[in-house]
Design a protein around this ligand. Structure first.
Ligand SMILES: *[C@@H]1O[C@H](CO)[C@@H](O)[C@H](O)[C@H]1NC(C)=O
Ligand SMILES: *[C@@H]1O[C@H](CO)[C@@H](O)[C@H](O)[C@H]1NC(C)=O
Ligand SMILES: *[C@@H]1O[C@H](CO)[C@@H](O)[C@H](O)[C@H]1NC(C)=O
Ligand SMILES: *[C@@H]1O[C@H](CO)[C@@H](O)[C@H](O)[C@H]1NC(C)=O
Length: 472
């Protein structure tokens, strides 16, 4: 037995010497396909080393970390090509996303595809469905626009779809939650999606991570209590709300910042989120008492409630969880004192931001407490009987003033509106050629006008026109 180890090793070394190169060679047709992809992508720096003689399956196609080819036997299963972190300018006018997808469909075993920051432009083509084996797709930081095509719903093995930093529009399609049984990661950060998040996403059986941040989504989020695996929800920077979303108990990271959420936090529900590590509800319109129990959630590391109108008095004795690292309470209507466990020297060592409240910190960072009391009253959070009486005595007088102001403001507003409308209509009349031009470019061989909306694009209108039809 003792001799078995070394002799096995010897045999392996022997084999390795006998088999030149180790890995089998890639099928010739797939080598051709990869070289075609290189050409369609405009020979980006990441692929500069690809040649007809490259041993793609033997690691020759890999230029870590910006490009890699992974094979199983003699067939490509993974293709990763990434441009620089800034992304590339749009590929030339003769680029065709459709042609690229058609070419990729000649890699029948392709499961993982990264094409990020390469300047791809155009609407996502429905024929993506031809890449039937795809499981993981990352086409971030390009210039993809138009809606998410229905064809994607036929990728039955799709687990991860990342299309961050593009210009994808339309709505999040309803089929996303139901047609893709394996979908675990959906990331559409920083696009132009609008409308409501579909109810069906609350039924996506495998969803682990849902990132829809920095879009133009509105309305309430679907009920996601049924998503047993959901760990990450990031919807920051939309117009979502008003209701705090219903979530399963396994969530680890919840980002709702910069939206239109209002009302109170569901304290009882939140206190059952024992895996919650990161909670950011900053810059919304939340009101009502801040539930101090949040601070003692066992896994919580990051908590931001900044920029809302949370009220209530904190006290020395509020306990903190062991894992807290950063707590941001700033710009609320909190009173009382910062809990001892959050003060310097308190345990655990956490960064605590608390300016612009009415806490008794005595360092000039706070409002005087009447400010918080009055603000709380103003948003109708603390209806006190004696205050109400005082208000009602002056109510008639105040209502009169308010009415007068409202009427005056709306009169001025209406006048301004009509003035501006008139101006823009006149402007439009004097610029019909430019409008026509833009419409024309979207159907001609020039860049579609959609691309001009993007600030990253430094092609000026006149430059673009010179690409276009000289007849115009
Ligand atoms: C686009 O045109 C350039 C220059 O004529 C050429 O080198 C390139 O191969 C073309 N790209 C495609 C995808 O046809
Ligand atoms: C997707 O691509 C972007 C850009 O290259 C990269 O930053 C990101 O980490 C990738 N995401 C995943 C999950 O691989
Ligand atoms: C969002 O995407 C746009 C292009 O669609 C890009 O210019 C911008 O840098 C992205 N923003 C961030 C924060 O990455
Ligand atoms: C966001 O959607 C609203 C309508 O819901 C629209 O008026 C607004 O122009 C959109 N904003 C952007 C940046 O697309």
């Amino acid at each position: 037995m003792a001799a078995a180890g070394p002799s096995c090793l010897l045999a392996l070394v022997f084999l390795a010497v006998l088999l030149p190169g180790g890995a089998p060679l890639l099928q010739a047709s797939q080598t051709w396909t990869l070289l075609k992809v290189q050409q369609l992508l405009g020979r980006p720096p990441a692929l500069r080393h690809w040649r007809r003689t490259t041993d793609f399956c033997g690691g020759g196609g890999t230029v870590a970390p910006s490009a890699s080819v992974v094979c199983y036997g003699d067939t490509v299963t993974q293709l990763h090509v990434a441009g620089g972190a800034q992304g590339a300018p749009p590929l030339p006018l003769n680029f065709s996303l459709g042609a690229l997808v058609t070419t990729l469909s000649r890699l029948p075993d392709l499961k993982v595809l990264t094409l990020s920051g390469l300047g791809l432009w155009g609407p996502l083509p429905g024929k993506l469905e031809r890449l039937a084996g795809l499981e993981i797709v990352n086409m971030s930081r390009n210039y993809l626009y138009g809606p998410i095509p229905r064809g994607l719903s036929r990728l039955q093995g799709l687990q991860t779809l990342i299309l961050d930093d593009n210009m994808i529009g339309g709505e999040v399609p309803g089929w996303v939650g139901t047609a893709l049984p394996a979908l675990a990661v959906l990331s559409l950060r920083n696009n132009s999606l609008a409308g409501a998040v579909p109810e069906s996403l609350g039924k996506a059986p495998s969803l682990r991570s849902l990132v829809l941040a920095s879009n133009n989504l509105s309305g309430n989020l679907p009920d996601m209590r049924g998503l047993a695996n959901l760990q990450v929800l990031d919807v920051g920077g939309n117009s979502l709300g008003p209701a705090f979303p219903r979530l399963g108990r396994k969530v680890a990271s919840v980002v709702l910042s910069r939206n239109k959420f209002t009302g109170g936090l569901p304290a009882a529900e939140l206190s059952s989120f024992y895996l919650l590590e990161h909670l950011d509800v900053s810059l919304n319109r939340f009101v009502g008492p801040f539930p101090p129990a949040l601070l003692s959630l066992p896994s919580l590391q990051y908590l931001s409630i900044a920029g809302n109108r949370f009220t209530g008095a904190l006290s020395d004795k509020v306990p903190c969880g062991d894992n807290l690292r950063l707590v941001d309470l700033s710009s609320n209507l909190l009173m009382g004192s910062v809990p001892a466990c959050l003060r310097p020297g308190g345990k655990p060592v956490a960064v605590v931001l608390s300016s612009e409240n009415c806490l008794d910190r005595g360092d000039g960072s706070q409002h005087p407490s009447p400010f918080c009391q009055n603000q709380a009253l103003a948003v109708g959070i603390v209806p006190r009987h004696n205050e109400k009486k005082k208000v009602s005595r002056h109510a008639g007088f105040i209502a009169g003033i308010v009415m007068a102001v409202v009427v005056a403001v709306s009169l001025v507003g209406a006048m301004a509106f009509f003035a501006i409308k008139k101006m823009t209509m006149e402007g439009a009349k004097t610029r019909p050629a430019a409008t026509l031009m833009e419409d024309h470019t979207s159907t001609s061989s020039a860049y579609p006008s959609k691309l001009f909306a993007d600030a990253r694009l430094h092609i000026t209108d006149s430059e673009a026109r010179s690409f276009g039809d000289p007849a115009i």
